[in-house]
Design a protein around this ligand. Structure first.
Ligand code: SF4
Length: 283
């Protein structure tokens, strides 16, 4: 059977734009696992694909928006969240998902992230955190661990990285989870949960970058990195996100925040309806 026919037989094939295959991701990259987990989540929830919009910024994982067979936007660097906010406010019936990387979301787009979380905009952010800017050659970024080597930190990184789950929780997100690409079933379940919640959600996915970051840091093959994830991951639901910093010998994974509060869109619609009623009463 031809490779193209085999791909069409895959149970998730209908969720992918076959004309965009093969994808550009390197062998062993975690992006494929993230994408698969998202598609499995969509499939299990039996989502109406006409109601799903995927938005991404720039970076290796940003290509996901072009691969998924739903309405999608591959936007400018760091601006996925403002685009997604606009889509959601224009049509509240859509489920809007941002799939992007750590550099795009937390360096160039950092300001957008904290304010969308603070406002509780009803968008779901799935962040592939590979600790560097993979697509542009492996520069250090806002999540590069202290002491790590990248193309722009040849003597080791001296900047303290963001703890993404703490940042999201402190900014006001209603659902915050972190998994590595090893915990695929839990990752899929968190994505499903985020899709069903109203409000700003972050699912952080610690994802291998075997071609660049892992090679610079002598972490071995993609399989070695998965073994490392197995060794150092500790599942702790409800753990204080402030204490869940990613370290070389420990990655705390789990659900850190799961709360309810009205979303920005809901409050905006209520306010608009109240103002309209008031104006009608004044006529
Ligand atoms: Fe994946 Fe890294 Fe290759 Fe980008 S550079 S596709 S993150 S392995």
């Amino acid at each position: 059977m031809k490779e193209a026919d085999l791909m069409l037989k895959h149970p998730l094939a209908k969720y992918l734009r076959q004309e965009r295959m093969p994808h550009i991701w390197c062998e062993g990259c975690g992006n494929g696992i993230l994408l698969n987990s998202f598609l499995e989540g969509l499939d299990e929830l039996k989502q109406n694909l006409d109601r799903i919009v995927v938005v991404s910024g720039i970076g290796c994982i940003g290509r996901a928006a072009g691969y998924i067979n739903v309405d999608s936007f591959h936007t400018t660097h760091g601006r996925a969240i403002p685009f997604a906010t606009g889509v959601k406010l224009a049509n509240p019936n859509l489920k809007v998902v941002v799939i992007s990387g750590d550099g795009d979301l937390f360096a160039i787009g950092g300001n957008h992230f904290i304010h969308a979380a603070r406002r509780n905009v009803d968008i779901k952010v799935i962040c592939a955190n590979n600790f560097n800017y993979g697509m542009t050659g492996g520069q250090y970024g806002p999540t590069t661990p202290l002491g790590s080597w990248t193309t722009t930190t040849p003597y080791g990184n001296i900047e303290h990285p963001f703890n993404l789950v703490h940042l999201a929780a402190a900014s006001g997100a209603v659902y915050v989870a972190r998994w590595t690409t090893l915990q695929v079933r839990r990752l899929k379940n968190s994505i499903k949960k985020a899709l069903q919640k109203e409000g700003f959600s972050l699912v952080e996915v610690i994802s291998p970058c075997p071609e660049i970051f892992d090679r610079y840091n002598k972490l071995g093959t993609a399989v070695d990195v998965m073994k490392w994830f197995k060794l150092i991951s500790q599942v702790k639901h409800g753990y204080d996100p402030a204490k869940a910093e990613v370290a070389k010998n420990k990655i705390i994974v789990g659900e850190f925040v799961d709360i309810e509060k009205p979303s920005y869109g809901r409050l905006l619609r209520e306010m608009t309806a109240n103002v309209q009623d008031k104006l009608k009463g004044e006529k």
